[in-house]
Write a protein that binds this ligand. Structure first.
Ligand code: 2IT
Length: 449
């Protein structure tokens, strides 16, 4: 391996030994940049990679709140403002009990390349808390969001850092956060958060955008293979916003999602999550705060597999859309054995590095990386920012048209970047290289920073 690249990776491993997810993503991204770094010896002198793996600023703060029974609780909040070279920091907030700094940093690092791939002026950031929203009342969620924003508000702004949702943070939470921001600032700065409810300045199509975008990306991959999405079966994981959007768009285009998963196991619905009733029920399950996918099996009389993951089910397309490291090497082997041709990552880093490498080496499997596939979410957030700063509201058709164009563009940029460096049809390396190049150009142009 290129000596400079190897040194940077080794230094990250030594310095961040307690942050396995962060190390994992740095290793995955940097390794695929080898041909680019070889071609640009000037990067080493400019400490470009060392700067790229160091967040510009990370904030950690206390979030105290009161539950309905009058008891006091304390959680930790974080915001990692990773790279602002091409725009204000941009990325979601994750509320989930296992969240820690390593997870926030891996997400923020991934976001750097993802946001660059959209072609829009957005830097990268990520934040969240180890708060567990499971089973919390609406009033508890509101009080938590208000306390979280009270600590965070001085570090964000429409030109500084624009948070959005992620796991455990949807429209309801974003709107509570926005309400508190407005109260503290005494100004209508709706460009400060994206994923707001429509009446508060949210964009049409934002709730569906990650799922829709991933299906638009999948269509590009299928086209490359001379295939059509019509009639395809898809295994999804998760049952949140993203999976919901996939179910909706896949159904519209004549495909069907046959698996969903949760922390309790997975369901297999051979008829597909295709009726309006089933699709709407995903939203109901998520809003219930129970975090249980078994409810779907009970309601629609399909099979539930407790404690298991849907990998290995015979389908045309796998779309892991739940969370990081959901697919390990043993699952990857099951996926390859069951004859899946398309492995389309949707959740952030859903595949361990060894599983990803294994799948990429299988001649019959095409792998697409999440940072490209799920970029439609943040891209539509950037469209929300554009509408907010224009003081305009775009129609559903306009937003969807832009989203579709952006996804096609991301796919084409990735294909071209890999080809340029002689890597063939490699969507994983192509996405890393194309995203990197844009941020690298800006960082080189802006001098030591
Ligand atoms: O992972 C992601 O890209 C998100 N959670 C969405 C970020 C955003 O700013 O919309």
């Amino acid at each position: 391996m290129n000596a400079y690249l190897a040194r940077v990776i080794e230094n990250v491993k030594a310095k961040h030994a307690g942050e396995p997810e962060f190390i994992q993503t740095v290793e995955e991204v940097l390794t695929s940049l080898e041909p680019v770094v070889e071609k640009h010896p000037e990067y080493e002198k400019a400490c470009l990679l060392e700067r790229m793996v160091e967040p510009e600023r990370t904030i950690s703060f206390r979030v105290a709140w009161m539950s309905d029974d009058g008891a006091w609780h304390t959680n930790t909040g974080w915001r990692c403002q990773f790279n602002g070279a091409i725009g204000p920091y941009k990325g979601g907030l994750r509320f989930q009990k296992d969240v820690n700094l390593s997870i926030i940093k891996f997400l923020a690092f991934e976001q750097t390349f993802k946001n660059a791939l959209t072609g829009l002026p957005i830097g990268s950031g990520k934040g969240g808390s180890d708060f567990d929203p499971t089973g919390k009342s609406d009033a508890e969620i509101m009080r938590f969001c208000q306390s979280f924003m009270t600590a965070l508000h001085r570090f964000i702004g429409p030109d500084v850092d624009v948070p959005a949702g992620d796991m455990g943070v949807g429209t309801r939470e974003i709107s509570y956060l926005f309400g508190q921001y407005r109260r503290l600032r005494g100004a209508w700065e709706n460009g400060v958060l994206t994923g707001k409810d429509f009446a508060s300045g949210g964009s049409l199509v934002r709730p569906e955008a990650t799922g829709f975008g991933s299906v638009y990306y999948l269509e590009n991959v299928l086209k490359h293979e001379g295939e059509d999405i019509r009639g395809k079966t898809i295994a999804c994981a998760g049952f949140g916003n993203v999976t919901w959007g996939i179910c909706k768009k896949a159904t519209e285009l004549g495909a069907k999602v046959v698996t969903l998963s949760g922390p309790d196991g997975y369901v297999y619905d051979p008829d597909g999550v295709t009726t309006p009733e089933k699709i709407a029920y995903l939203v109901e399950m998520r809003n219930s705060g129970r975090n249980r996918v078994q409810d779907y099996a009970e309601k629609f009389g399909v099979e539930f597999f407790p404690g298991q993951k849907p990998w290995g089910v015979k389908v045309d397309v796998c779309m892991p859309s739940a969370m990081q490291n959901d697919v390990h090497l043993e699952h990857a082997k099951q996926i390859a054995e069951s004859g899946v041709k398309y492995y389309i990552e949707v959740a952030n880093m859903p595949t361990t590095n060894d599983a990803l490498k294994f799948l990429m080496e299988q001649p019959g499997v095409i792998v697409a990386p999440s940072k490209a596939v799920n970029a439609g979410g943040v891209a539509t957030s950037a469209l929300e920012m554009a509408q907010n700063s224009e003081r305009l509201i775009w129609t559903e058709e306009e937003v969807d048209k832009q989203l579709h164009r952006i996804m096609d563009n991301i796919y084409n940029m990735s294909v071209e970047a890999a080809e340029k460096y002689g890597l063939g049809y490699n969507l994983v390396a192509g996405a890393n290289i194309a995203g990197f190049q844009r941020v690298a150009d800006a960082m080189m142009a802006q001098g030591v920073f």
